[in-house]
Design a protein around this ligand. Structure first.
Ligand SMILES: NC(=O)c1ccc[n+]([C@@H]2O[C@H](COP(=O)([O-])OP(=O)(O)OC[C@H]3O[C@@H](n4cnc5c(N)ncnc54)[C@H](OP(=O)(O)O)[C@@H]3O)[C@@H](O)[C@H]2O)c1
Length: 340
């Protein structure tokens, strides 16, 4: 009998999108053991090709049969696609790693940032959720402080890149910027609720009846679930800014035991995947993280009116905020021998 080639059958649903494209690059860069790659998308992109390890592979429409014999399926498409198709992966014995918000808050679905709560993968049932792009960088900055001094309360304002809304978000910024450069009026917003070029929009996602946006609510509940702190007070404001890639967050943390700036910086610098930017007056900015997996933290300072600490955190929303975290989940499953 012919020996099976080593490696795994990997499918990417949403391979033509902002996250899916980066996911293919991350699989290549990290040398993830892929034996066969199946790029999937909607009818719109069926028949086009994506490049993987210098080979052009035809994109097919995502459907249940796409997952026969698949070991890992990354979902980077729409929530409704994940809702209908992720169970089809599990039914066929594969592992679904979902980037959408659909499954994140389900009790039997682990919501994982491997450096923070890799243990949550133990006992998984085949479906694993990857947190929101804002949540990932945020919990990467909180966890080192929590391990050192416990968490009491957090206040966060995010400044989120347009690519957080995928290709349509990037294209809307580019269209509006081009019109302004040419002296024309910027086209009306479609993806965002107000013009994003030359502007700041304090509403990401839709506004709920409680006055909080979908993004703000996700940030609260996902943070509590990942940190296993179901009552942690997290006050959130999410703002869209005209930055192509890289989400930022201004964070006020109240720890159970007061931390000095030096202690906090030492805890952050020692945490895998986090880098402290402090020397010579340097500050972390979104441009510094584009194409990188590290979460940068800087501007660590004492609050003037409490024992709290302020910090500023940035991360690449398409990499650590999405693709890299999803691939790290697959790697962690292999490391822990949790593949069914
Ligand atoms: N952007 C971020 O920073 C970020 C971060 C974390 C999580 N996410 C999540 O990741 C997912 C992808 O986001 P994105 O930013 O990459 O979006 P995007 O750039 O708009 O790409 C969407 C992808 O999904 C595919 N797709 C859409 N409808 C489909 C359908 N009915 N069947 C199969 N494929 C379909 C598209 O294929 P076509 O080419 O055929 O249209 C495209 O490949 C979303 O769930 C999003 O919430 C995004």
């Amino acid at each position: 009998m012919a020996e099976r080639e080593p490696g795994f059958v990997v499918a990417v649903a949403g391979a033509t999108g902002a996250v899916g494209g980066v996911l293919l690059r991350v699989l290549e860069e990290r040398n993830f053991p892929v034996r066969e790659l199946r790029p999937l998308a909607s009818e719109r992109s069926a028949g086009s090709t994506v490049s993987f390890r210098n080979v052009d592979i035809e994109v097919e429409v995502a459907r249940p049969e796409s997952f026969e014999n698949a070991d890992f399926v990354f979902f980077a498409a729409t929530g409704s696609l994940s809702k209908t198709l992720a169970p089809e992966v599990v039914k066929r014995g594969g592992i679904a790693i979902d980037k959408s918000s659909t499954w994140r808050m389900h009790d039997d679905v682990p919501l994982v940032v491997p450096e923070v709560n890799g243990d949550a993968l133990e006992g998984h049932k085949g479906l694993i959720a990857c947190p929101n792009c804002t949540t990932i960088g945020f919990v990467m900055a909180l966890e080192p402080l929590r391990r050192r001094a416990g968490l009491e309360r957090v206040v966060v304002t995010t400044l989120q890149a347009v690519s957080g809304a995928g290709r349509p978000g990037l294209e809307e910024l580019e269209r509006q910027q081009a019109a302004i450069r040419e002296g024309r009026q910027a086209p009306d917003p479609e993806t965002f609720v107000a013009q994003i070029a030359d502007n700041v929009v304090p509403l990401c996602d839709v506004l709920g009846d409680d006055g909080y946006s979908g993004e703000e609510t996700k940030l609260l509940h996902e943070t509590r679930k990942i940190l296993s702190l179901p009552d942690l007070p997290v006050s959130t404001t999410c703002v869209r800014v005209p930055v192509p890639i890289g989400h930022s967050a201004s964070i006020l943390v109240h720890t159970e035991r007061a931390l000095s700036v030096a202690e906090a910086e030492a805890a952050l610098a020692a945490f895998p995947g986090v880098e402290v930017v402090a020397e010579n007056g340097r500050v972390p900015t979104p441009i510094d993280v584009v194409g990188r997996d590290q979460v940068l933290v800087g501007r660590v300072r004492k609050d003037l009116h409490s024992e709290g600490l302020w910090l500023f955190q940035v991360s690449d929303n398409l990499r650590k905020g999405a693709a890299t975290n999803a691939v790290q989940i697959a790697e962690e499953i292999l490391r822990r021998k949790l593949l069914h």
